[in-house]
Design a protein around this ligand. Structure first.
Ligand SMILES: Cc1cc2nc3c(=O)[nH]c(=O)nc-3n(C[C@H](O)[C@H](O)[C@H](O)COP(=O)(O)OP(=O)(O)OC[C@H]3O[C@@H](n4cnc5c(N)ncnc54)[C@H](O)[C@@H]3O)c2cc1C
Length: 275
């Protein structure tokens, strides 16, 4: 696999995030194991040829392909503009976070929120051992150096895989404040880490996902450690934007050290955006 480092051209700032491009590969994988890690979060272990797979950033994503009824999932050829499909065979595509993987053993694990609507959530609800899934990528990684005084992580269930990776991957003693919105106590996940983690969950308890101010309220009242922080925010797009605005306008965060990703948008299918 070839990798090219495209940024930064002048690596003066040891905190500057680094973008790494990967060759895009398509893989046809088979479901080997299914685990409900919480009632609304289903983990799939998929097996197949993982040669060349690389994911250097906690917030990397693969594209998962969901084919129309009756179309056999298969890896498409890659043309100049990406994957090429025959007319009528174009699948829906959604982004998922590589949670764990092993190239030599040929497997990857993806965690799906069972939110109940859409081709990806529908696939996750219905798939069984032996089901197949085509994935592509990651096409690139954003690597945020562990060079900050502390790390703020915030998001909803869709961000749990990315937040979990960051919590597990940061070095021993790195101070992390993680504030995560889930439905209720049963949806809380715990993480193995040597970092100095403060983990707070907020519960919707029936409030609508993507249409509440729980995370914003939690951040507003949170006491932050001193020093330079990197903030990673992900989840419903309006929520991510509101949290970003709070950090830059009211808490003095440097916009260069915030990544706020809209992982989905309330009421809109196939929506994702970065701020
Ligand atoms: C970089 C990136 C990484 C991601 N990683 C993960 C991951 O690891 N695991 C994961 O579960 N998701 C992840 N997501 C989010 C996931 O891609 C979206 O939730 C996606 O919309 C799901 O597709 P769908 O087909 O189920 O629903 P869609 O067809 O996209 O949407 C159908 C309806 O469901 C609503 N909806 C979508 N997602 C949710 C939700 N979570 N809760 C409530 N309503 C929702 C939409 O507003 C819409 O009304 C990631 C997104 C990005 C951009």
């Amino acid at each position: 696999m070839s990798e090219t480092v495209s940024e930064p051209s002048a690596p003066a700032d040891p905190r500057a995030p680094l973008r790494v491009r990967h060759d895009t590969r398509m893989r046809l994988l088979t479901v080997e194991a299914i685990t409900d890690i919480t009632p609304r979060m289903r983990r799939f272990r998929l097996t197949g040829d993982m040669a060349g797979f690389a994911s250097l950033g906690h917030a990397d994503h693969i594209k998962a392909f969901f084919f129309p009824e009756g179309v056999e999932p298969k890896t498409p050829p890659i043309g100049p503009r990406g994957a090429e499909f025959a007319p009528g065979e174009r699948p829906e595509m959604r982004d998922y976070t590589p949670r764990y993987w092993n190239v030599a053993e040929g497997w990857i694990e993806l965690d799906f929120v069972l939110h109940g609507d859409g081709p990806a959530s529908g696939w996750a609800a219905a798939a069984s051992i032996g089901s197949t899934l085509v994935i592509g990528g990651p096409r690139g990684s954003l690597v945020v150096p562990a060079a900050f005084d502390w790390y703020l992580l915030a998001g909803d269930e869709t961000a749990l895989p990315a937040l979990g990776r960051r919590i597990e991957e940061l070095p021993a003693g790195a101070p992390i404040l993680a504030v995560i919105e889930v439905e209720d106590e049963a949806e809380e996940q715990r993480f193995e880490t040597k970092a100095a983690l403060t983990l707070r969950y907020v519960h919707r308890k029936g409030l609508p996902a993507g249409n509440n101010s729980l995370l914003l309220d939690a951040l507003r009242t949170a006491a932050f450690p001193l020093g330079a922080a990197y903030a990673y925010i992900a989840g419903e797009a309006a929520m991510a934007q509101a949290l970003r605005a709070h950090l830059t306008e009211e808490r003095g965060f440097d916009p260069a050290y915030i990544k706020a990703a809209g992982y989905w948008r309330l009421g809109v299918a196939d929506a994702h955006e970065d701020h």
